[in-house]
Ligand binder design. Sequence first.
Ligand code: SAM
Length: 234
Amino acid sequence: ASPESRHSTGRAPNDFAAQRARMVDEQIRARGVRDPLVLASIAKVPREVFVPDLTRAHAYDDSPLPIGSDQTISQPYIVAVMIAALTLKGGERVLDVGTGSGYAAAVLAGIASEVISIERLAPLAERARATLASLGIRNVEVRQGDGSRGCPEHAPYDAIVVAAGGPQVPESLKAQLAVGGRLVMPVGTDQLAQKLLRVTRASETELSVETLTDVRFVPLIGAEGWGAADRNDA
Ligand code: SAM
């Protein structure tokens, strides 16, 4: 972006479309995410609708952005890396823990057949529900609650993505992963710096774990995440 466009506000919709196309090419494809389903879905989701009005001019910046309640919408590249790591083929049932703005849920909804998305904070869950509805996205169910326990009513899931960092992968989430399913989550004992892990369920009894990359996520607060008393951001 030119310096003027970077600092201007109130962009026309077609300007957002151009920025989105550039984001996919320069921030995501150029850095090695090549999964065509992921790129196509990201290319369709209007990220500007998921950020607060005052931040819209930065919707396609190469960074996370604040969304209120001390939370963030993740950097587009990281959303792409995490969803690509789920190796979706289309038609899966996915659990998305940490709805936040609902942006990642919308990208997942463009690939999977059904997305259950859980957010701990009620105001964010409500806003995400409204944003997804305004876009006509009907295959996401946003629930308010502690996603560190997953959502057993709809289990098992072909894929689980967790957008907040925990001290370990919650046992409940492992248990809700279908055979052949993949779970992607930031894990680390430092609450603000983690390794992105991919857990694959090979069979009823076997799980394998791979370390993908270093990431920085807000903490997963819950029964199988960090306790409210552990928080070092309070
Ligand atoms: N995927 C989101 C998006 O596209 O905007 C970004 C998620 S933000 C980095 C992490 C979210 O996880 C926050 O909204 C936070 O409130 C939520 N969170 C933290 N602990 C949680 C828990 N136990 N269950 C559900 N959500 C949780």
